[in-house]
Design a protein around this ligand. Structure first.
Ligand SMILES: *Cc1c(COP(=O)(O)O)cnc(C)c1O
Length: 430
């Protein structure tokens, strides 16, 4: 499989080049020249396949010769070593729990796959790489965890000061070793803009061999398609129409779902569920894409005003607005509605949603309206990651999973830097 840049469709890159570069040299996003179609046999076998089996089968055609079959098999086995269950919350409504990985958010799926691909490439070449990543809360820790202790790889995380939850911050700042956390005096979009500038900076790139780990990296996007197949296989109800609601920020997760659909997965349509940062729901309504500055909410991992995967969605639909709105419906909800949903579902069913999952749930409820329909919402983080909010809403203590509890007692270590590219550059050249 070859990849082109969304800014220049003539040039060709291998999977390896696309993964190592992250962003194309002309600042476009890498995109596969064709989307492989999965045959009937694959779909027949799905209910009996594990997440790693699915990952291996789907990834093969995307990876091509850059990773041998047996290394790829190891990568998928090792990356997807936690459960991803589909849980019934109420009649016809299912939660796809993507939060059982080491950092308790769905980003573990993409980050673990990508980090293993990158270490395979770094081993092949013997070159040291530096991963630069902006995070609105969960990406940083998932990526860092994927690389913790990996020789030849340094990870530098930029996160917005005072705009991530306490647990998220502890996760980001207590790993040590080859992981460094930079606390930026700005919001997530500022962090993302600084990272983009760093990639465009020749001097930095030559010196540090920079690689991006944001959801723009194709090796994070690709595995985010696997669990849609896995969920469909677990439901195993071919006679029903399946609708999936995705709580979205940078739209990497939704892009993964759309990719799965285009490979042949019979999902009827997706719901792009958002908080007040509703640039995409607004686009779906009006056809106009108008990025804005982001606003802080209780679903902070979705506080994105200029979603970096928007171009990829357009690419998937060949820039055709009419086709986009056939497959994607928009929905957005306020913090107040989100909290009410957390409480309501808990009181009726005992199921505890995190604020992001709650937005996914609300999006689903807005659209599920037919007989013979099943809805899945993606539960993108463990509720304990947003403990303060969730406990306040429920008036109850919630259980903290072991993997989260451990970082709480460790000492925070971060470098505060100004919201300014030269501050980042100074730090990197220190
Ligand atoms: C990152 C994140 C999202 C948003 O995912 P995108 O792929 O950026 O749209 C939603 N929920 C949680 C908990 C996240 O960490």
């Amino acid at each position: 499989m070859k990849y082109y840049s969304t800014n220049n469709k003539e040039l060709r890159y291998s999977f390896k080049e696309a993964v190592l570069k992250g962003l194309a040299p002309d600042n476009g996003l890498f995109f596969p020249v064709s989307i492989p179609q999965l045959g009937n046999d694959f779909f027949k076998c799905l209910p009996n396949m594990s997440m790693s089996d699915i990952g291996y089968e789907v990834a093969r055609s995307f990876v091509g010769e850059d990773i041998s079959d047996y290394v790829l098999e190891d990568i998928t086995k090792d990356a997807f070593n936690f459960k991803i269950p589909v849980v019934e919350v109420e009649k016809e409504v299912y939660s796809l729990e993507l939060f059982h990985g080491p950092t308790c958010a769905f980003k573990d799926v993409g980050a673990r796959f990508m980090s293993r691909c990158l270490s395979a490439f770094s081993k092949q070449s013997g070159q040291k790489i530096t991963i630069l990543v902006a995070t609105s809360g969960d990406t940083g820790s998932a990526v860092a965890n994927g690389f913790l202790g990996v020789d030849g790889v340094d990870v530098i995380i930029l996160y917005p000061k005072d705009k991530v939850s306490k647990i998220q911050e502890q996760q980001l700042t207590t790993m040590g070793g080859n992981i460094t956390a930079l606390e930026v005096d700005g919001n997530f979009d500022d962090c993302q803009a600084m990272v983009k500038k760093a990639f465009a900076d020749k001097e930095l790139n030559t010196k540090l061999n920079l690689t991006s780990a944001n959801s723009i990296n194709i090796a994070r996007l690709l595995p985010q398609s696997f669990y849609y197949f896995y969920a469909w296989g677990q439901l195993n109800s071919i006679d029903k129409e399946v609708v999936v609601s995705v709580p979205s920020g940078n739209y990497g997760n939704l892009s993964g779902g759309l990719l799965a659909k285009q490979m042949g997965l019979p999902i009827s349509y997706f719901i792009a569920s958002s908080n007040i940062n509703k640039v995409i729901p607004d686009y779906l309504k009006s056809g106009k894409y108008e990025p804005k500055s982001s606003i802080s909410t209780i679903s902070n991992a979705m506080d994105v005003g200029a979603p970096s995967n928007f171009d990829r969605i357009l690419q998937l639909y060949k820039q055709n607005y009419g086709s986009v709105i056939q497959d994607i419906k928009g929905a957005w909800f306020s913090d107040k509605e989100t909290k009410l949903a957390v409480l309501d579902v808990y009181e009726r069913t005992g199921y505890i949603m995190d604020p992001h999952g709650a937005i996914g749930y609300l999006g689903l409820k807005k659209y599920l309206n037919k007989e013979n329909q099943l809805g899945i919402f993606l539960e993108t983080a463990h509720p304990a990651k947003f403990k303060d909010t969730v406990e306040k809403v429920l008036g109850n203590k919630i259980v903290i999973p072991n993997q989260l509890g451990k970082c709480l007692s460790k000492e925070k270590k971060s470098w505060i830097i100004e919201n300014d590219f030269s501050a980042l550059k100074n730090y990197l050249f220190r």
